[in-house]
Write a new protein. Structure first.
Length: 261
């Protein structure tokens, strides 16, 4: 997994400003949230997949991050088929189970919509370094530096929490207290991790305060974050994909504005 992350940092998208990636992802997401129809989501998904070779990402790297979302979207689609609002021709009706044209269409729309929103975000942010994102949010978006740096420090600790969980499991197993009672073992280990996280967070906050991270003066930055033409190009591509999906849905007569449902 670490090798995959290291490889992603050297792809073409890695040089794009994270703020531009965030803007592109928001353009696509907001557009898809305006309507629940399979055409707009399908067009966005197809165009995103068509641009995948240009990004330099491998199919394996994408699948490692997308399979939980795909499984969740599939479960949501199956539930919608079985319990969705019936309309059109009814194929099966048994108790609360109702499968109709309307439920199938809605399930397909939800499935494609989830994938179409998740895939561009995964592609864009898989190549984003958290420090670069924090620099962009503070320098370009002008978010409070104290909030941004605090969030970055907390994000950096996620990997340590995973390692702490593994070490706690090994330590408890070595002491012979992790052989039985899975629920009790999980609760005790989760509480121990919670206490450990609070202690580490307190020490980190004290260290950052001592180094002047919370000072009220204007902050300087070691790495300037600027927008370039390639960043504007990425946002333009996102706008083009969003426009194409809306036009295709309207032309097919499937566009359903959510406020009009």
């Amino acid at each position: 997994m670490s090798l995959i992350v290291a490889d992603l940092r050297h792809t073409r998208l890695a040089s794009v400003n994270p703020v531009a990636k965030l803007a592109a992802a928001m353009v696509l997401s907001v557009t898809l949230l305006l309507s629940i129809d399979p055409v707009s989501a399908g067009v966005t998904l197809v165009l995103t997949l068509a641009l995948l070779p240009w990004t330099g990402l491998t199919a394996r790297a994408i699948w490692v991050r997308m399979w939980p979302i795909t499984v969740g979207a599939g479960i949501a689609a199956v539930a919608t088929v079985l319990y969705g609002r019936p309309s059109g021709q009814m194929y099966l009706e048994w108790g609360i189970l109702r499968i109709s044209d309307g439920s199938i269409d809605l399930a397909l729309s939800i499935f494609l919509r989830v994938l179409a929103i998740a895939l561009p975000s995964v592609i864009l942010f898989a190549t984003t370094d958290p420090t670069d994102l924090a620099d962009g949010l503070a320098q370009i978006v002008r978010l409070p530096a104290r909030f941004v740096i605090g969030a970055l420090a907390g994000l950096r600790l996620v990997g340590l929490l995973i390692e702490d969980w593994r070490e706690l499991s090994l330590a408890r197993r070595a002491r012979g207290v992790a052989d039985t009672g899975r629920v009790r073992r999980f609760a005790g280990q989760a509480f121990a991790l919670f206490v450990l996280a609070i202690r580490r967070g307190t020490k980190l906050a004290t260290a950052m305060e001592a180094r002047g991270f919370g000072a009220g003066v204007e902050r300087t930055w070691a790495r300037p974050s600027v927008l370039r033409w390639r960043d504007a190009g990425l946002v333009a591509i996102a706008i083009g994909i969003a426009a194409a999906s809306v036009i295709a849905a309207i032309a097919a007569g499937t566009w359903r504005f959510i406020l009009g449902l």
